[in-house]
Design a protein around this ligand. Structure first.
Ligand code: GDP
Length: 402
């Protein structure tokens, strides 16, 4: 709230808006070049064998590489598993006004040295051999000063705005979302929770009961009540397990829960890759992103995608979340680094020593004040107090724009 008093809020708003405009203008120019036949292009296939969140993260990685190498992104959406026939343009605006997908056979495979090739085919990020410095979690150097000064999580701002550029609604999609928000009585204040169950449990994530989410929802409202009247404690639930919504309504009578029953029903595994399910997940993520605070599991790409898009609705929403499991990451990211700013002597088994200046490859946060990681050059692997370290900003070698 200090920003309201000293004017920082206004400055932040102005600076981040200018940056957003700059990024959008650059992307517009890149995506619709004057002569497409002469423009350098990057071909990416959307149809990665995974869910919507994972596919959109793949697509945004392609857009980041295209931006970093000054190429026009051609996103091949043919045979999209959610909607094989022209699915993309049924929901989203085309990424280019004049460049169309050509023949893949004319594309050179990505090898990291493709500067002179006109059309290059980029594999999924796990398949990239020479890993450029501009891959996530990097931000462009010419945006770094503004982002590091005015945003709490610069990479999330960058990826959120890149994602928004990718996911620009057709007017029919916008109408569908607006109508649903009215039908659901989406009103502020509202906390969004995403409860990921079904195929994720015990394969990629642990089960978290509804109580675990509600502790953080209640905490959010308790804090809000100190400064504002809160007549209704509203919660939006997105889930692939419809019974979670009934359970929440039964157990927490002092809250109003809103949820789109059709969306969660169509998220069940057997019907997941359908047009109906696509509408559901588009809606759920968009509404989660528009809430005031998110409680979810960052192990899920749905939750991370909502958090990223949330940044486009606020100047700095980097603190508007609570993850019940992982810290934020981008699948296939380059190393996330911490730097020790205080020394630390291990006090119990499992802890590691730190010397000021040590660089640590971060593996995770234990949410009890400790992080886990490996000290570079020393090979020690273990727990250390998070407050004795700070994030090392990752500034990538992106192509220059003027
Ligand atoms: P992850 O598996 O949770 O990391 O995320 P993905 O997006 O890659 O795959 C999960 C898929 O399950 C989603 O894309 C949806 O199709 C479906 N799904 C999961 N949670 C929800 C939800 O809350 N709402 C809806 N509508 N679908 C969901």
């Amino acid at each position: 709230m200090l920003g309201d008093i000293d004017g920082l809020k206004e400055v932040r708003h102005k600076k981040l808006n200018q940056l957003k405009q700059l990024l959008t203008d650059r992307l517009d120019t890149l995506q619709s070049p004057a002569d497409c036949s002469k423009a350098r292009k990057l071909l990416c296939k959307l149809n990665k064998g995974c869910g919507y969140g994972c596919q959109m993260h793949h697509a945004v990685y392609c857009l980041i590489v295209a931006y970093a190498t000054k190429r026009t992104l051609l996103l091949d959406t043919n045979g999209w598993r959610y909607m094989p026939q022209n699915g993309w343009e049924g929901y989203f605006k085309p990424l280019s006004t004049n460049c169309k997908i050509g023949s893949e056979s004319q594309a050179s495979p990505w090898d990291g040295h493709n500067d002179a090739d006109l059309l290059v085919h980029l594999p999924i990020s796990d398949g990239i051999t020479r890993r450029p410095s501009y891959l996530p979690l990097a931000i462009p150097k010419d945006m770094s000063e503004t982002l590091l000064t005015y945003h709490g999580h610069p990479f999330v701002w960058f990826v959120g705005h890149m994602m928004r550029y990718l996911l620009r609604w057709q007017s029919t999609t916008q109408n569908f979302i607006d109508d649903k928000k009215k039908e659901l009585k989406f009103d502020k204040p509202i906390v969004g929770i995403h409860v990921r169950r079904t195929d994720k449990i015990n394969s990629e994530a642990a089960l978290h009961n509804i109580e675990e989410y509600m502790v953080h929802v209640e905490e959010y409202y308790q804090k809000l009540k100190r400064t504002t009247k809160v007549p209704v404690k509203r919660v939006f639930i997105a889930t692939d397990e419809p019974k979670v919504v009934d359970e929440a309504r039964k157990r927490y009578k002092d809250y109003v829960f809103v949820s789109d029953a059709q969306a969660s029903k169509s998220a069940a595994l057997s019907s997941r890759y359908s047009d109906q399910s696509l509408r559901g997940i588009i809606l759920d993520i968009e509404i989660l992103a528009q809430t005031d605070y998110l409680v979810c599991t960052f192990s899920s790409q749905v939750c991370r995608l909502a958090y990223e898009i949330m940044q486009t609705y606020h100047d700095d929403a980097s603190q508007y979340f609570h993850s019940l499991d992982d810290i934020y990451y981008f699948g296939g990211q380059n190393m996330h680094r911490h730097k020790a700013i205080y020394p630390h002597a291990a006090r119990r088994q499992g802890e590691i020593d730190l010397a000021v200046g040590d660089i640590i490859a971060v593996a995770g946060n234990h949410w009890d004040g400790y992080s886990k990681g490996r000290v570079q050059g020393k090979g020690w692997d273990g727990l250390y107090p998070s407050y004795k370290t700070e994030d090392v900003p990752d500034i990538g070698d992106f192509a220059a724009y003027n």
